[in-house]
Design a protein around this ligand. Structure first.
Ligand code: UDP
Length: 323
């Protein structure tokens, strides 16, 4: 059984990927500092409490386990906070990642799967966004991910090192078995916030901007189920195992939904009414983000199983109503 070090494996996307890894016969080893992760989400493989700022601890993990590959999910990802505190973001998302990469080189571990983001593109100049779209991030979060992508390109050129970078669009939904799910503190993501309003845990949902140039004036996003994301990580790993070169892929559904459409869909699924408040735009939010995933579909034969917004929201509802 191959040991895969999953950094950030107690978080939302990391924990779902651990489940998928385990089901495919891999042994996930989770390293997580639990700032945003949940220890009870680590159900498949060993858990190590720790942080990438501690190089000696990373070395100890590589000494203790024969690590075959690394998946790196651990990052701060609050866009607004990244604008206010860029130091925190570059320290955690870039410097700590470099610590990890350099220990990988020391131990000659050469396979790396990186969680990147559509935020590296900045404001889109065309849709759907493909991988060759210019990358001009408009906030330090997106920039921190782009810096790492560039480091990875240099490392793969110079060293015995291969990576796949996956640029996620909006991760959503939960494990259909409800063993794990989405639980951010603070929660800023649309779908869990709307579901909380349906459950009466929030007074209302606020629409951030109703004057965008979209079909109903609210912003458009491309929602992708977290287990489809997880599956893509394993395909990416196996792509490298089979001898292919480093590469970068978008991960989205190729379809956009407005904030209002998401809210209507939640009302339909939950059969709950709640108050919706129209508010101003959130700073730094592009009007529409839709990804083209043609490259990963063609190259890795990736097929998203959850290709309707209803099916994605239904799994999130099944999880959240039992919290
Ligand atoms: N959004 C909203 N109200 C909320 C939270 C989010 O209208 O309470 C909007 C947000 O402006 C964006 C979309 O919903 O257009 C998705 O936001 P989310 O924070 O889930 O993901 P992001 O696209 O920022 O990564």
């Amino acid at each position: 059984m191959k040991n895969i070090l999953v950094v950030g494996g107690a978080g939302y996307i990391g924990s779902h990927t651990c489940k998928s890894l385990f089901n495919k016969g891999y042994n996930p080893i989770v390293l997580d500092n639990l700032i945003y992760g949940h220890e009870d989400f680590v159900k498949w493989g060993d858990f190590i409490l720790g942080d990438l700022s501690d190089v000696e601890q990373i070395r100890l993990i590589f000494k203790r386990y024969k690590i075959d590959a690394v998946m790196h999910f651990a990052a701060f990802a609050y866009v607004g906070e990244s604008v206010a505190e860029p130091k925190k973001y570059y320290h955690n998302n870039v410097l700590a990642t470099l610590n990890l990469l350099n220990v990988m080189l020391e131990f000659d571990v050469k396979y790396f799967i990186f969680s990147s983001t559509c935020a590296t593109y900045g404001n889109p100049i065309y849709l759907p966004i493909d991988e060759s779209h210019p990358q001009n991030p408009i906030n330090p979060y997106g920039m921190s991910k782009l810096v790492v992508e560039n480091i990875l390109k240099d490392y793969t050129n110079a060293y015995n090192f291969k990576f796949v970078s996956l640029r996620y669009f909006n991760a959503a939904g939960c494990d259909p078995d409800c063993e794990i799910g989405e639980n951010h503190e603070p929660e800023t993501h649309l779908i869990p916030l709307v579901l909380d309003a349906a459950l009466g845990k929030r007074d209302n949902v606020k629409i951030f901007g109703t004057d965008y140039d979209t079909r109903d004036g609210s912003a458009v996003r491309d929602y992708i189920h977290v287990l489809d994301l997880a599956e893509a990580h394993i395909l990416a790993l196996e792509y490298l195992y089979s001898g292919h070169d480093s590469d970068i892929f978008n991960l989205g559904n190729g379809q956009g939904f407005t904030v209002k459409e998401v809210i209507d869909c939640v009302k339909k699924i939950t059969k709950c009414e709640f108050k919706v408040v129209e508010g101003g735009r959130r700073i730094g939010d592009p009007s529409s983000l839709i990804g083209s995933s043609d490259k990963i579909i063609k190259t890795l034969n990736w097929k998203p199983k959850y290709n309707t917004i209803e099916s994605i929201i239904q799994t999130a509802w099944n999880w959240q109503k039992n919290l």
